[in-house]
Design a protein around this ligand. Structure first.
Ligand code: SF4
Length: 215
């Protein structure tokens, strides 16, 4: 089977660095924790931990740009995507093509989690591909490397609305450039930014000052 091409005209470098364009990866960060999105987007701080290193290793093949065909389905890796109407851009891990429709597949290093991590990012990729192809994409897939399972994600109205809301919130965060409060939760246990953010310590200090009498 001859492999199809995902042909499109990329935005110019100038248009892509204008202030109101945001990276799709920031949407994933924001939906995980707004404070982590601030560190990524505004203060440009990054730290490694076991999860980020494992993520890099798991993404080695998808970042290679390799083209392949699996069960007659053409696969394109590390595909540059963008949306002029939403002003978002990024690189999709994997884009597959069936019956003339290109849909995204997002790789995650761990297992499927209850908070549906990555669905916003995947839906944002679909919004980009819909604009590039001038078509509608009904679903995409999450691929969980820990158990090598695929999960189909339907791009219903609720997920599309959530995604567009988060795009708006990330743009507001970027424009206001103010760090959201850090709240300690179970998510912090796996966060590589813990030693920069110090959410427990920050909350303790805030409580301490709240107890002080007004002078
Ligand atoms: S340590 Fe917790 S509050 Fe701070 S950025 Fe990470 S997840 Fe967010």
């Amino acid at each position: 089977m001859e492999q199809n091409e995902l042909n499109y005209e990329e935005p110019t470098e100038k248009s892509n660095i204008e202030d109101d364009w945001i990276p799709i990866s920031a949407l994933q960060a924001y939906s995980y924790c707004p404070a982590s999105c601030y560190y990524m987007l505004i203060s440009c701080e990054f730290a490694e931990n076991a999860y980020t290193v494992a993520g890099e290793l798991a993404h080695q093949r998808v970042h290679s740009g390799e083209e392949s065909i699996c069960d007659d389905v053409p696969q394109h890796r590390a595909v540059r995507i963008f949306s002029f109407s939403h002003r978002i851009s990024g690189v999709a891990d994997l884009v597959e093509e069936k019956a003339g429709i290109f849909y995204p597949v997002e790789y995650k290093v761990g297992h499927q989690t209850p908070w549906k991590r990555g669905h916003i990012q995947l839906c944002a990729q679909a919004l980009c591909l819909e604009e590039i192809q001038n078509t509608s994409i009904p679903y995409g897939y999450m691929f969980y490397a820990a158990n090598r399972r695929r999960q189909q994600v339907i791009f219903d109205e609720m997920l599309r609305t959530q995604t567009i809301t988060i795009i708006t919130q990330v743009k507001q965060l970027y424009q206001q450039a103010q760090k959201p409060n850090s709240h300690y939760s179970t998510k912090c246990q796996g966060c590589s930014l813990y030693n920069i953010c110090l959410p427990k310590e920050t909350e303790m200090i805030q409580k301490y000052f709240l107890k002080l009498p007004n002078t």
